[in-house]
Design a protein. Structure first.
Length: 205
């Protein structure tokens, strides 16, 4: 652990439906006063924009959306509205709606999950030049972390610096889940868009 300075996860927005290079550069000045793009819920705030893309962030859930202004397509990091056919219970619904969830362990290594939209927490969000920076603390496990969400030339990066992770009580962080529903769609709603799972439940020929 001494060599691990930070936890870093880079989320590259897929290029399946895009034409040309994906270049996302933030221009956040004055963006908060602009109304949301069509198809963006009012709970999302414009955090960055260039000539081609817009980045919107929900400060309550840390979910985000990226709009390709050439085609109007919107990339979603989570599910905003759970439908009847999704068949998600309360825990999985929170997991789908939250940008950040954690699995934490007690003294017997029993694992439990905490998600932003279901578990008691405190959340502080502030704008930065290319996105947002957040400080999240889950109250019951007394585990906190910092998150930096910003636009990079190749896509959207999510950084959790190792130094920001704190375990104040007897419970310990087991797993960190960042945007597990990134890019999710329902069935064949998006023509030509396919996701092939590899791992549990998937069979590779």
């Amino acid at each position: 652990m001494a060599e691990c300075r930070k936890v870093f996860i880079l989320l590259l927005i897929p290029l399946i439906l895009l034409q040309g290079p994906l270049t996302l550069l933030a221009r956040a000045r004055g963006s908060a006063a602009r109304p949301p793009a069509e198809g963006i819920p009012a709970s999302y705030t414009l955090a960055a924009e260039n000539a081609t893309f817009q980045l919107y962030v929900n400060h309550a859930t840390l979910a985000f959306k990226v709009v390709d202004k050439r085609s109007g397509y919107i990339w979603h990091s989570s599910l905003d509205e759970v439908q009847k056919g999704d068949r998600l219970n309360k825990t999985w619904r929170a997991f789908a709606e939250s940008g950040v969830s954690i699995d934490y362990l007690d003294e017997k290594a029993t694992s439990r999950r905490a998600s932003i939209t279901l578990s008691e927490h405190t959340l502080e969000v502030r704008p930065i030049e290319q996105g947002i920076e957040a400080r999240l603390t889950f109250s019951e496990p007394a585990i906190s972390l910092g998150l930096i969400l910003r636009l990079e030339e190749a896509g959207v990066s999510v950084e959790v610096p190792f130094a920001t992770i704190a375990e104040e009580g007897r419970l310990r962080l087991g797993q960190l889940h960042l945007y597990p529903f990134m890019g999710a769609t329902r069935g064949d709603q998006v023509a030509g868009y396919m996701f092939l799972a590899f791992g549990g439940g998937a069979k590779w020929p």
